[in-house]
Design a binder for this molecule. Structure first.
Ligand code: AKB
Length: 317
């Protein structure tokens, strides 16, 4: 039987790119995009606020959904500004999906966690899969609680939920949505267009990051792995690269020598300082053969080339 896949939060940073890839793999007729607003980009689309369980159930029934990717969430910086909404969207959205999945025979769910599940008490270098987790942000608290619930639903109801603790994600096809790691995307656009950028983090703040093609590959590989290989039912650590604002600025300057970066840390600095600098992803490597393809330099070259091309096209239009 062919899977029918629902992508909730399809217009977001991950959703936009994952949707394209899933449609290539499963076919346009088998992948349904859902978000609060229709982006008007074509393809099967349903308007959905994931907090509306009735609407979610009717979409699941209408399209005979067998797999769900739940990507709708309030990220770290936005959730700090809207504490209650962050908690509500991230938790109630997850419960709606878990309960509807359980009661309607949905065979697999992907739910993203984040490096935000770690906190000031966590070892910051090579952060292990199992370690102290004391998140100090609303987003991190909601992701850690979500991880526990995902494992609970797996153990108690046998629901096949798979999850990755994404680091900061960098891509040129979609905009980041209110996270602490967003600077690593903005810096490229500003470098190409204005040759200058004011970073909201301190120059030496090291964070784990990943290029979007690697994040999409990790997600799809995890979802395609045989169930018996999935030993972690909370969420897997995955690593791509780690760098500071100073290091990414230097990598950009190799392509755009006149690029200047200045630093003006704001409230996001404290969030970044509570997160790991680098991640140990041995479990993902052993269980489902995870390997990243991009490092800081190959990612930087690719980002600059593609953003420059996109801007040339805009100028010609
Ligand atoms: C954020 O910065 O909030 C996200 C994340 C690390 O989960 N990109």
């Amino acid at each position: 039987m062919k899977e029918n896949i629902l992508v909730i939060g399809s217009s977001g940073q991950i959703g936009t790119e994952l949707l394209t890839e899933l449609r290539k793999l499963a076919g346009d007729d088998h992948v349904i995009a859902a978000d609060i607003k229709d982006p008007g980009t074509g393809g099967l689309f349903e308007t959905l606020d994931v907090l509306d369980g009735h609407r979610l159930l009717s979409i699941v029934k209408k399209h005979r959904i067998t797999q769900v990717y739940l990507l709708a969430a309030l990220l770290s910086a936005t959730a700090e500004k809207n504490m209650k909404l962050g908690w509500k969207l991230n938790m109630e959205g997850l419960f709606n999906v878990l309960d509807i999945a359980r009661e309607n025979g949905i065979s697999k769910i992907f739910w993203p966690s984040s490096i935000a599940v770690f906190g000031p008490g966590t070892p910051r270098k090579n952060t292990p899969q199992h370690t102290i987790m004391d998140p100090s942000t609303v987003y991190g608290i909601s992701k850690l609680a979500g991880e526990r619930w995902c494992e609970y639903y797996f153990l108690r109801f046998g629901l096949d939920i798979r999850s990755i603790r994404y680091p900061g994600l960098i891509g040129y096809k979609s905009a980041p949505g209110g996270g602490t790691t967003d600077y690593a995307v903005h810096i490229f656009h500003e470098a190409v267009i204005r040759k200058r950028y004011e970073c909201f983090l301190h120059e030496n703040t090291m964070l784990p990051m990943m290029y979007m093609p690697d994040a999409i590959k990790a997600t799809i590989d995890l979802m395609n792995a045989p169930a018996e290989k999935i030993n972690i039912r909370s969420s897997y650590n995955v690593a791509g690269m780690s760098f500071s604002p100073l290091e990414i600025a230097a990598a950009i300057q190799k392509h755009i020598p006149e690029f200047e970066c200045t630093y003006k840390p704001d409230y996001r600095q404290k969030i970044a300082e509570s997160w790991p600098e680098s991640i140990d992803d041995t479990a993902a490597r052993n269980d489902w053969n995870w390997r990243p393809s991009y490092d800081l330099h190959s990612m930087t070259g690719d980002m600059i080339e593609n953003i420059s091309l996109l801007n040339e096209k805009k100028v010609t239009l």
